[in-house]
Design a protein around this ligand. Structure first.
Ligand SMILES: *[C@@H]1O[C@H](CO)[C@@H](O)[C@H](O)[C@H]1NC(C)=O
Ligand SMILES: *[C@@H]1O[C@H](CO)[C@@H](O)[C@H](O)[C@H]1NC(C)=O
Ligand SMILES: *[C@@H]1O[C@H](CO)[C@@H](O)[C@H](O)[C@H]1NC(C)=O
Ligand SMILES: *[C@@H]1O[C@H](CO)[C@@H](O)[C@H](O)[C@H]1NC(C)=O
Ligand SMILES: *[C@@H]1O[C@H](CO)[C@@H](O)[C@H](O)[C@H]1NC(C)=O
Ligand SMILES: *[C@@H]1O[C@H](CO)[C@@H](O)[C@H](O)[C@H]1NC(C)=O
Ligand SMILES: *[C@@H]1O[C@H](CO)[C@@H](O)[C@H](O)[C@H]1NC(C)=O
Ligand SMILES: *[C@@H]1O[C@H](CO)[C@@H](O)[C@H](O)[C@H]1NC(C)=O
Ligand SMILES: *[C@@H]1O[C@H](CO)[C@@H](O)[C@H](O)[C@H]1NC(C)=O
Length: 829
């Protein structure tokens, strides 16, 4: 950058040559000046921004400000003396004796000051590349003040808005009064934290626009900014200050708080030579805070725009009809909750589910898990609504519900509002209401599933009789477009976060081959990195895979209900156009089979680690079978479906084949046997019967693999043509089971433990399901809570098995005409 030479001579010279911009500098020190009279200016490092004196359009007032240097439309981004304009060109920017940056007028009066308590009168001001003017202590370089912390109406990239509710300190935008008057207008914009963080625009201090709570990736219920992916982020530091920052795509883009109170994202379109607004916070009157009052809901395309939430009616009908919404709505029927012994009318309150909502203001956060969120709300009479989003988790409301809106874009969540049970009957419009008291909801779903399953089974059986051809039949099973619609609604039911396709594409470098982790049941799996550095694994459904879609939906339905440290966590899904993707937490250590069988990594798996893995898988399985609210049979437990996190903790994955059981259901039949050869119990492989015990069988095989360090399938090519189970059984009979132990772990001190595990493994793979222990017994046995283990009977599959070569491929066989439906849930529309 140029060097400032502010000698008297030069300024005199410049007075002569009048309006020639004299010196382009990016730093001034005390006793140096930027004078309006001389048309002095500073240029930021990089030349993008310019600092100097200006007059707004249609105004003769002079202000010190910052604007874009290389953009043809004069655009001011920051103003210093906005409250005290100069009426002539006598203005000067300098560093005063107390070390502050000041704007003085011709009478040497201070019109504006950086106002720092700065005892060290030794500072300089530097104009940084991003448009930030900073005042620094000369020797230490400590930043005493910066324009980024004292913004005007524009938020430049890398600038931070912040709030600290404890100290009350905040950095906010403030609107101009008008395009020709930069003085502070009615609107201010920033973030506010109460339980969760929301962005606000305030009008004269009162909420005017509200973003909805931040869920870690987006504001729930706010329009997204299509061309600006992942530009907003929020962080909190140790002092409790929360910052909102944006990293826009280029230097010539920013957010602006307009004189009308809207917030716009815009960028400079150099071809058209104009600013392009790409995103607006407010797009209709419905985005004005609380337009429809308490318990009201706004839809700008309907007429009238305001309606009451279901179960509510206008507080003042006459006012409401005059389109005065201020009084809002009130309950039609009082809640049961809190009323003691009110006789036979005492049916429990219920929740009405409103889909895709911008949630109300005054959210409170609760630590409850998804499955407990509704229940917890139901049990607390002051809780009148809840919603769950995987980011913040369980959200509840206790006050009147204000600023609620049904939205059509993809950032809303399902809001469950508490109403009296009576509302269910009076409402009558079952199509719109999805009634879930949380416990009943589960039962309802299960029964519905069962009925549907039965119905489909009958239906298909009939149809199948009519058609003879297997192939065509198989084709028919592919979900139709209609089903797809339903399926997507299911996704909504799961309250599963939706990911942008574009975001995922950019996270995986457009699904680049180098990011491919492997091939899952229904398509490739990619590794990706979100903009916040979170690593994810993405399962992408192959477009050609018809069966895959079923498995995909099944996985969504099953796993989104589950949460356990030994189950892989589903973060969300993506359903855009033809794309169907599932997004999981990324497991750096890949799958157990890779670790176990592919040396040299196996060296890392000592006995302790292996036992930890065995225990973890057992716990995960127990959760599936017993501890979760649902009973789930995985049906495809195998080494490649056990993923390992960075600490080598196991997580069960791939729920594409999983089935949800009703509470009293122990066993089910299917005609489509899908699983992995070698891990399937005989009754499942042969007769399609599956139960908890068929998973126990697979677990047993897994156990023997882990302990022997050999793939079950590796025996296929052996000269003896034995299976791992047969091999183990022979050694057991010969009283030489020690020989099965993987040499890597055969240390004498662990031998007893290892042998015990092998024993348990053999019990799990016994031929008859009734002989096999239950999952909880298996766990007790492993933990030596059960000391005397029974003698194992002969395992299944001791004979040479049917000739199908499968490392991990799936055996699919069809037998009789009973149908197999893996979609387990349907929702009325
Ligand atoms: C401008 O910024 C660059 C890096 O951002 C830095 O290397 C350079 O020294 C700066 N120039 C001046 C004159 O400060
Ligand atoms: C202004 O200059 C910066 C830095 O050279 C450049 O990145 C930016 O694109 C320029 N803007 C326009 C509108 O030319
Ligand atoms: C400036 O004044 C002219 C004439 O009164 C008017 O047409 C124009 O809209 C004004 N511009 C702004 C930005 O206010
Ligand atoms: C300009 O403002 C000064 C005070 O800052 C005032 O004394 C002076 O009269 C004003 N001049 C005009 C022409 O309005
Ligand atoms: C500035 O310093 C004075 C004296 O040390 C103190 O009384 C005052 O509160 C300080 N002001 C600020 C804004 O820190
Ligand atoms: C600040 O430090 C610079 C050197 O870094 C020096 O040239 C300048 O004179 C100092 N200013 C004051 C006011 O001490
Ligand atoms: C708003 O109302 C219109 C007309 O009644 C309806 O078509 C539309 O689906 C509604 N929008 C939302 C988000 O519910
Ligand atoms: C709307 O109703 C409120 C509350 O009853 C009242 O204070 C207000 O004046 C009304 N507004 C209009 C425009 O009638
Ligand atoms: C009910 O909810 C309110 C508000 O969240 C909370 O203050 C209160 O402690 C809760 N009561 C119980 C019994 O959990």
């Amino acid at each position: 950058m140029g060097r400032l030479s502010k000698s008297n001579f030069l300024s005199a010279l410049c007075c002569l040559c009048l309006n020639l911009g004299v010196v382009a500098v990016d730093t001034i020190r005390s006793s140096q000046f930027i004078k309006d009279k001389n048309s002095d200016y500073m240029i930021s490092n990089g030349s993008v921004f310019k600092l100097g004196f200006f007059s707004p359009v249609n105004s003769t007032n002079r202000y010190l400000g910052i604007w874009y240097n290389n953009i043809s439309a004069f655009t001011v981004v920051w103003v210093a003396n906005r409250q005290k304009p100069l009426n002539d060109s006598s203005g000067v920017l300098t560093i005063s004796e107390d070390g502050n940056l000041v704007v003085l007028n011709g009478q040497k009066e201070i019109l504006w000051s950086s106002n720092v308590n700065n005892s060290i009168a030794n500072s300089n001001a530097q104009f940084l590349a991003l448009g930030n003017l900073v005042l620094k202590e000369n020797t230490t370089g400590t930043i005493l003040w910066e324009s980024f912390n004292n913004p005007s109406h524009i938020m430049l990239p890398e600038m931070k808005l912040s709030t600290n509710e404890r100290t009350g300190e905040k950095v906010q935008l403030t609107s101009w009064k008008s395009p020709s008057d930069p003085s502070i207008g009615s609107f201010s914009g920033g973030i506010h934290r109460r339980s969760l963080i929301q962005a606000f625009v305030w009008k004269d201090g009162r909420p005017y626009f509200r973003s909805g709570p931040w869920n870690g990736q987006k504001f729930i219920g706010s329009p997204r900014y299509p061309p600006f992916h992942d530009i907003i982020s929020l962080v909190q530091d140790q002092d409790g200050t929360t910052y909102l920052t944006s990293s826009l795509l280029s230097h010539s883009s920013h957010f602006v708080l307009t004189t009308q109170g809207n917030t716009e994202a815009r960028y400079w379109d150099s071809e058209e030579g104009d600013w392009k607004v790409v995103w607006k916070a407010m797009n209709s009157v419905c985005d004005v805070y609380g337009t429809c009052g308490a318990f009201g809901s706004c839809n700008s395309t309907s007429s009238p725009i305001c309606s009451c939430l279901e179960g509510f009616k206008p507080k003042n009908t006459e006012e409401w009809n005059r389109q005065n919404w201020t009084s809002g709505c009130v309950r039609k029927t009082p809640l049961q909750c809190g009323r003691v012994n009110s006789g036979e009318a005492g049916k429990m309150d219920v929740f009405l589910k409103l889909m895709m909502m911008k949630v109300p203001d005054f959210v409170e956060w609760s630590a409850a898990r998804e499955e407990d969120c509704g229940q917890q709300c139901l049990q607390n009479c002051s809780c009148i609504a809840y919603a769950f989003d995987s980011g913040p988790g369980c959200m509840t409301w206790t006050r009147s519900l204000i600023d609620t809106q049904k939205i059509s874009y993809g950032t809303g969540v399902d809001l469950h509002i508490r109403v009296a049970h009576l509302e269910l009957d009076t409402e009558g419009d079952v199509r719109k209401i999805i009634t879930i008291t949380v416990i009943i909801g589960t039962i309802f779903i299960s029964i519905f599933t069962y009925l549907l399953w039965r119905w489909m089974a009958k239906h298909k059986a009939r149809r199948k009789k009519a058609e003879g051809m297997l192939n065509r039949e198989a084709h028919k099973k592919f979900p139709s477009e209609d089903m797809l619609g339903d399926n997507l609604n299911q996704v909504k039911v799961q309250e599963l976060p939706l990911f942008d396709f574009v975001k995922l594409a950019s996270a995986t470098n457009n699904f680049h081959e180098s990011n491919k982790l492997g091939q899952g049941g229904f398509g490739p799996v990619y590794r990706g990195k979100l903009s916040d550095a979170q690593e994810i694994a993405i399962k992408r459904l192959s477009k050609t895979s018809g069966q895959g879609l079923e498995e995909f939906m099944n996985e969504v339905v099953v796993i989104s209900k589950l949460q356990h440290r030994n189950l892989v966590r589903l973060l969300g899904c993506c359903a855009e156009g033809e794309e169907r993707m599932l997004i999981y937490e990324y497991m750096p250590n890949k799958s157990l089979d890779a670790f176990l069988f592919d040396s040299p990594k196996e060296i890392l798996l000592d006995w302790r680690k292996r036992f930890n893995i065995i225990e973890g898988i057992g716990r995960g399985l127990l959760y599936l079978h017993r501890d979760s609210r649902l009973r789930i049979i995985h049906r495809d437990l195998k080494a490649s479906n056990i993923l390992l996190d960075k600490d080598l903790n196991p997580k069960i994955s791939d729920f594409g084949m999983a089935r949800i059981f009703r509470c009293n259901e122990d066993q089910a039949n299917t005609n489509r046997v899908v699983g992995t050869y070698g891990y399937m119990s005989p009754e499942y492989a042969m007769e399609g019967r599956f139960s908890e015990k068929s998973d126990v069988f697979s677990f047993g095989v897994l156990l023997l693999e882990i302990l022997s360090g050999r793939r079950n399938s590796s025996f296929y090519h052996d000269e003896q043509s034995m299976s791992l189970l047969e091999h183990a059984w022979k050694l057991w009979k010969a009283d030489n089971i020690v020989a099965l132990i993987d040499p890597m772990i055969s240390e004498p001190c662990y031998e007893m433990e290892v042998l015990r595990c092998i024993h348990v493994g053999l019990l799990c793979v016994q031929e008859f399901a009734k002989d096999r222990p239950t999952t909880s017994t298996v766990i007790s046995m492993l933990k030596s809570e059960i000391v005397d283990l029974p003698h194992p009977k002969k395992p299944a599959f001791t004979e040479r098995q049917i000739g199908l070569d499968t490392e991990s491929s799936k055996l699919s066989q069809r037998k009789c005409s009973v149908n197999n439906v893996t979609i387990t849930m349907v929702q009325g529309r």
